[in-house]
Design a protein around this ligand. Structure first.
Ligand code: NAD
Length: 373
């Protein structure tokens, strides 16, 4: 049953930290069959959130318990707000109290919030334990489960505490997407499109033609997830520690992280929604600087509007966001180097570059124009 030959996967080649990302339909239900080859322990801690637990915790645990694993359940509240250092401390204390040891395994079951948090805990408890991820949102399957970035937010900004922790394996169970609210599917889709915009014009064209089918058919969504994941995998392999080209994956994120931080992760905006607005602002920056054409910017706005993604900064409460506030929030981003903000500037569709030379006046003018009604 767990023969890799029959399973759909991509491999992340990182020497001793290489691993496979499997795509398919029954990984959660048959978890024990799939994880057995990766661990010798019989103690497994599953870290998840309330929503995911209600839907999938019994399914995954049944399989593990039937195979005589001892299973610890850690269920956190759902949402970005729990991605903080006090959750990390609470979870670690619970695990230690339950005599979780060095050779035991942590499973993350949930979206990007759980993956980032569980991966971070796995990287620091007992100086690092084995970690396997079962991402259950589209965003987590196309993006956050790939490449080993883990972390939590602080009041000063997003993901400012974290580590690189590659999992032993990732099982992207695409059947879990059937329970995901459409709004969350769309939010994940914005990261999928992002991969096309930085590296693959053909994928973007295919998405424009097929997005409706992708949202409704499992076969097509697997194709889209794999295509997009391969782009991320290539960038991760080139530059796992993000010293250079991996940063291209942050297209739209300098804006997005600042927006999320100003809204205090209060749930009014999803990460992927902040990313779609951020991508549009990045294209507006690119257009202003002469790196993208007006029709390219318009094509992306049109596609995001077709899908129902947010493209307009005015969607957010103006009391919370203006250009000075955004610039200030950007200064706390971990991508700031020697006081210079890092931006990913798209060059048309399918190509982008990293720049530390975008001055505050340009950002101010982009944001002021975007907020003007
Ligand atoms: P999320 O983890 O909050 O999940 C979204 C919502 O969907 C939650 O309410 C969750 O409980 C629920 N949910 C999860 N699976 C479900 C399912 N199958 N059916 C129904 N509901 C389900 O959010 P997300 O969008 O998955 O991830 C966002 C996070 O990912 C952010 O914190 C972001 O910073 C992080 N991220 C990390 C990386 C990385 O490289 N590590 C990359 C991109 C984003």
């Amino acid at each position: 049953m767990n023969s890799n030959a029959e399973m759909d996967f991509i491999k992340i080649n990182l020497e001793s930290e290489s691993y496979k990302i499997f795509f398919g339909k029954d990984y959660i239900e048959n978890s024990a069959n799939y994880i057995r080859e990766f661990t010798k322990t019989n103690k497994i801690a599953i870290i998840t959130d309330e929503n995911t637990a209600n839907l999938y915790l019994n399914k995954i645990s049944r399989s593990l318990l039937e195979s005589k694993y001892e299973v610890i359940h850690i269920i956190l509240k759902s949402g970005e707000k729990i991605k903080n250092i006090s959750s990390v401390e609470n979870v670690i204390n619970t695990l230690l109290k339950k005599r979780f040891e060095r050779d035991d395994l942590i499973i993350g079951l949930g979206g990007g919030v759980i993956g980032d948090l569980a991966g971070f805990i796995a990287s620091i408890i007992h100086r690092g334990v084995n970690f396997i991820n079962f991402p259950t949102t589209l965003l987590a399957q196309v993006d956050s489960s790939i490449g080993g970035k883990t972390g939590v937010n602080t009041k000063y900004g997003k993901n400012l505490i974290g580590s690189f922790k590659q999992p032993l394996a990732v099982f992207s169970d695409t059947s879990s997407l059937s329970t995901l609210p459409v709004r969350e599917i769309k939010a994940g889709y914005s990261e999928l499109v992002k991969h096309a915009l930085i590296k693959d014009n053909e994928l973007f064209m295919w998405l424009c033609e097929n997005w409706n089918v992708i949202f409704n058919q499992e076969e097509e969504i697997i194709k889209a997830i794999k295509w997009s994941s391969n782009i991320k995998a290539t960038l991760v392999q080139e530059d796992v520690r993000e010293r250079g080209s991996r940063a291209l994956l942050n297209l739209g994120h300098t804006y997005a992280h600042a927006i999320e931080s100003l809204l205090k992760y209060d749930g009014t905006i999803l990460h992927g929604e902040a990313v779609s607005v951020g991508i549009i602002l990045a294209y507006k920056t690119s257009y202003l600087l002469g790196y993208s054409k007006k029709d390219e910017l318009n094509k992306i706005i049109e596609h995001f509007n077709d899908v129902g993604l947010i493209t307009d900064l005015r969607k957010f409460n103006k009391d919370n966001i203006d250009s000075d506030m955004l610039l200030n929030a950007m200064n706390n981003d971990k991508k700031v180097k020697s006081g210079q903000k890092t931006f990913i500037i798209p060059e048309g569709i399918g190509k982008a570059f990293i720049s530390n030379k975008i001055n505050d006046e340009i950002i101010k003018s982009i944001v002021d124009t975007a907020l003007a009604s």
